[in-house]
Ligand binder design. Structure first.
Ligand code: PEP
Length: 249
């Protein structure tokens, strides 16, 4: 089995003006990034094509969400068919900021499955709220999210999926999980994935940590054996993003 290549995704969320996005493209084009890290940035859907056109070719561009099906009368949605046609390689699905507005585990998994069928790779998010963390029921909360993905994916699909474990209490709060907290949950997810999707899938699937990851916290987190990279929100809009990409070297 190949080693899991370190992966850092930038989730720009609903941020950026035309000027700011152009500045971000310049910043990324000028930064020195480790070739040992796979890098993907996910701008607002509105900026995806412009970023793709302006950005260096060793950074991939992804969407922040994708529709469950193809083109049609689905106002406001973005189809995987459009992304594929545009040469976009990745899409985030199941971000907690979308789940909290009503997306179910099954809907999220079906978005992922449709995208995979169109050749779009998937950053499949999961993660627990503070109440579950405090009640000691993190695994009970996260495993059904993973199970929904596994029910939708074939073994071959998993080669085009990375999991992003993002504890909701750590997202945008400045409250990063400790390396030990993250490692424990990553290891539990990997073990569970082995049980439901096979040990080869568990060994080869990258599990990213997300939640206030920063240039400061990334080295300690990435030193843990089951943390294979990051999904970065706030810090992906800053020069610090390069430090996270390079934190392993
Ligand atoms: C995210 O939303 O994916 C995220 C990890 O955000 P932040 O880094 O800002 O906590």
């Amino acid at each position: 089995l190949e080693a899991r290549k370190f992966f850092v995704g930038g989730n720009w969320k609903c941020n950026g003006s035309v000027q700011q996005v152009n500045d971000l493209i310049s910043m990324l084009n000028q930064s020195t990034l480790s070739t040992d890290t796979e890098v993907v940035v996910c701008p607002s859907q509105l900026f995806v094509q412009g970023v793709k056109n302006g950005l260096r070719s060793d950074i991939s561009v992804g969407a922040q969400d994708v529709w469950t099906g193809g083109n049609g009368a689905y106002t406001g949605e973005t189809s995987a068919d459009m992304l594929a046609d545009m040469g976009v390689k990745w899409a985030i699905v199941g971000h907690s900021e979308r789940r909290m507005r009503g997306e179910s585990d099954v809907e999220v998994a079906s978005k992922a499955k449709y995208a995979l069928g169109r050749g779009i790779k998937v950053i499949a998010c999961c993660g627990e709220p503070l109440e579950a963390r405090e009640a000691g029921t993190t695994n009970e909360y996260v495993f059904p999210q993973i199970k929904a993905y596994a029910d939708a994916f074939t073994k071959a699909d998993w080669a085009n999926v990375v999991i992003a474990y993002e504890p909701i209490w750590a997202i945008g709060t400045g409250l990063t999980a400790t390396p030990e907290q993250a490692q424990d949950t990553h290891a539990a997810i990997r073990k569970y994935l082995g049980e439901i999707a096979g040990s080869d899938v568990a060994e080869s699937t990258r599990i990213l940590y997300g939640g206030s990851a920063s240039g400061k916290t990334a080295p300690g987190l990435s030193a843990k054996p089951d943390i294979d990279g990051f999904l970065v929100g706030g810090a992906s809009l800053k020069p610090e993003f390069a430090d996270i990409v390079n934190c392993n070297g």
